[in-house]
Design a protein around this ligand. Structure first.
Ligand code: ADP
Ligand code: ADP
Ligand code: MG
Length: 459
C-alpha cells in the first residue's frame, strides 16, 4: 500500500530541469520541505538552489544518476524524506521504482505499481480500454516478424502504423504506406524500440491520416473520487513529439468533448487508478471519432495549460492524494475559463534539423507580462548541460479567447531575449503566427508536411 496518512514533512525530488522546480514550488505552497537529487552536471540548476537541500546522486550520465534507482532511494532515505516525486521521464513510469520507494517506507507520488505496469505495456492497456468500452484504433495486432506484419497489413489495410508496446516519446513508430516498404519499416522500428526501451515488441494499428492528438487529464484519490479536468490539444508535433499544447481544443464539439472525458473516466475507474494520469486519444478529423492511444501514468509536460484554464494545481493535488487526502474539488466545480497555450522552448537550432545547442546562457531576459507563466530551471550564467533532454523552458499564456492567447504568446516570445545558446523561440513564433495555426487547421504532421517545407522554400 503506497498511501500514507497525514501530511508529508519532506519530499524528495527524483528529477531535474523545469519539472524539479515545479515540484519544489508545489511543496513550498504546501509547507513541505524538499530535497533534490542532482547529477554532478546539475549542481547549479535552479532546482538545486531552490530546494532546502541538494544531494549529488551520481555522475552526469542519466544511467548513473537520474535512472539509478538505488542511489535515489538511498539519498531520499538518508535525508529523512517521507515521499518521492518522480516527475516525468526517467523513472516515473517504472513500476519497480514505485515498489522500491514503498519498500523503503516512503510514499511514491504517483499511481500504484500495478497501475503503472498495466498501462506501461500498450497491448495490455489497449485490452483494458476495450473492456472498459473505450474506442480503440481499428486493427490492433501484435507482430513479431516481417511475415506477420504482411499478414496483419492484409487485415488492417494501408496506411498503417507500426508501434512499440513499450513505446514513449514517439520512438519505435513507423508509418507504412506501401507494401514494398513494410519489411524495412519493421526492422528499423524494432531496432529503435530495442535500443530505446530494451524491448523490441511491436504491434500494428490503422494509421489515421488526418489526425489531432487530444488527451484528457484525470485525477483520482484513494477515497473513490475520480475527476477529469477536460482536454489538452497537442496536435502540433514534430516526429510524433509535442511542440505546442493548448486547452481547450479549438476543434472539439461539446458532445465529443463529453464523450471523450467519459471514456477517460471509465478507463481510470476500470484500472483502479489513483493520482494524476493522462488518457491520450487520436482524433480523426474527417469522421469526428476518437480512439484510445495510451495512458501516461505521471504528470505530463503540458499539465500547466490545464492548470491555467481550471485554476487547479495538479502537482499539489498529486502530493495531497499520495498523502491520503481527498481531491480538493468535485467534478461540478471544474470549469473551463478562457484559453491557454504552451510553447516548449528547446536549446536547439530549428534551422539545422533541430540539432541540440547546449552551452552557457549569457543573457536570459524574459519579459514581464501579466497572465504569462514561465516554467524553467534556467537563468543568466547557467550552463545548459549536453547530457539530457534539450527543453529549457515552457511559456504558458492564458487569455479570455484563443485569439488573444496567441497574440499574448507572440508578444511574449518577441520580447524574450536569450543569448549564448540557440533556442527554438523564433521557430515557435513562426508556428503561432501561421494562418494554419490561427485557424486551428492543422494535423499531427502539419509541422513537417507544411510549415517546415514552406520555411525551406523561403530560405
Ligand atoms: P509528454 O506527453 O508528457 O510530452 P513524452 O512521452 O514526450 O510525454 O515524455 C515526456 C518527457 O520525458 C519528454 O521530455 C521526454 O524526452 C522525456 N522522456 C521520455 N521517456 C524518457 C526516459 N525513458 N528517460 C528520460 N526521459 C524520458
Ligand atoms: P508515445 O508513447 O510515443 O507517446 P503514442 O501512442 O502516444 O506514443 O503516439 C504518439 C503520437 O503518434 C501521437 O500523438 C500521434 O500524433 C501519433 N499517432 C499514434 N498513433 C496513431 C495512429 N494510429 N494514427 C495516426 N497517428 C498516430
Ligand atoms: Mg503518447
Amino acid at each position: 500500500m503506497q498511501m500514507t496518512t497525514g501530511r508529508f514533512r519532506r519530499v524528495f525530488v527524483a528529477n531535474r530541469g523545469e519539472i524539479a522546480v515545479r515540484i519544489i514550488r508545489a511543496c513550498k505552497d504546501l509547507g513541505i520541505e524538499t530535497v533534490i537529487g542532482v547529477s554532478a552536471a546539475d549542481r547549479d540548476t535552479l532546482g538545486a538552489r531552490l530546494a532546502d537541500r541538494a544531494i549529488c546522486i551520481g555522475p552526469a550520465a542519466a544511467k548513473a544518476s537520474y535512472l539509478n534507482a538505488d542511489a535515489l532511494i538511498a539519498a531520499a532515505r538518508g535525508t529523512g524524506c517521507d515521499a518521492i516525486h518522480p516527475g516525468y521521464g526517467f523513472l516515473s513510469e517504472r513500476a519497480g521504482f514505485q515498489r522500491l520507494c514503498v519498500e523503503a517506507g516512503m510514499a511514491f507520488i504517483g499511481p500504484s505499481a500495478d497501475a503503472i505496469e498495466k498501462m506501461g505495456d500498450k497491448i495490455t492497456a489497449i485490452a483494458m480500454a476495450r473492456r472498459a468500452g473505450v474506442p480503440i484504433v481499428p486493427g490492433k495486432e501484435k507482430i513479431s516478424s516481417a511475415e506477420e506484419l504482411l499478414q496483419a497489413i492484409g487485415d488492417v489495410g494501408l496506411p498503417c502504423l507500426i508501434k512499440a508496446t513499450a513505446g514513449g516519446g514517439g520512438r519505435g513508430m513507423r508509418v507504412v504506406r506501401e507494401l514494398a516498404a513494410a519489411e524495412a519499416a519493421f526492422k528499423s522500428a524494432q531496432a529503435e524500440a530495442l535500443a530505446a526501451f530494451g524491448d523490441g515488441t511491436l504491434y500494428l494499428e490503422k494509421y489515421i491520416s488526418r489526425a489531432r492528438h487530444i488527451e484528457i487529464q484525470v485525477l483520482a484519490d484513494h477515497h473513490g473520487n475520480v475527476c477529469h479536468l477536460f482536454e489538452r490539444d497537442c496536435t502540433v508535433q514534430r516526429r510524433h513529439q509535442k511542440l505546442i499544447e493548448e486547452a481547450p481544443s479549438a476543434v472539439l464539439a461539446p458532445a465529443t468533448r463529453t464523450a471523450m472525458a467519459e471514456a477517460a473516466l471509465a478507463l481510470t475507474r476500470a484500472a483502479g487508478y489513483t493520482n494524476a494520469g493522462t488518457v491520450e486519444f487520436v482524433y480523426d478529423i474527417d469522421s469526428d471519432r476518437f480512439y484510445f492511444l495510451e495512458m501516461n501514468t505521471r504528470v505530463q509536460v503540458e499539465h500547466p495549460v490545464t492548470e491555467m484554464i481550471t485554476g487547479i494545481d495538479i502537482v499539489r493535488e498529486q502530493i495531497r492524494i499520495a498523502a491520503g487526502e481527498r481531491l480538493s474539488f468535485s467534478q461540478d466545480q471544474v470549469r473551463i475559463d478562457g484559453a491557454a497555450i504552451e510553447c516548449r522552448i528547446n536549446a536547439e537550432d530549428a534551422t539545422r534539423g533541430f540539432q541540440p545547442i547546449p552551452g552557457l546562457i549569457t543573457t536570459w531576459s524574459p519579459p514581464a507580462q501579466t497572465g504569462v507563466r514561465l516554467d524553467t530551471h534556467c537563468y543568466a550564467g547557467y550552463r545548459v548541460p549536453p547530457y539530457y533532454d534539450s527543453m529549457i523552458a515552457k511559456v504558458i499564456v492564458r487569455a479570455p479567447t484563443r485569439e488573444a492567447a496567441i497574440e499574448q504568446m507572440n508578444r511574449y516570445l518577441d520580447g524574450f531575449h536569450v543569448e549564448g545558446i540557440t533556442t527554438t523561440i523564433p521557430f515557435q513564433r513562426r508556428v503561432i503566427t501561421h494562418r494554419g495555426f490561427a485557424a486551428a487547421d492543422v494535423t499531427t504532421t502539419w509541422v513537417e508536411d507544411e510549415l517546415l517545407r514552406e520555411a525551406a522554400e523561403t530560405v
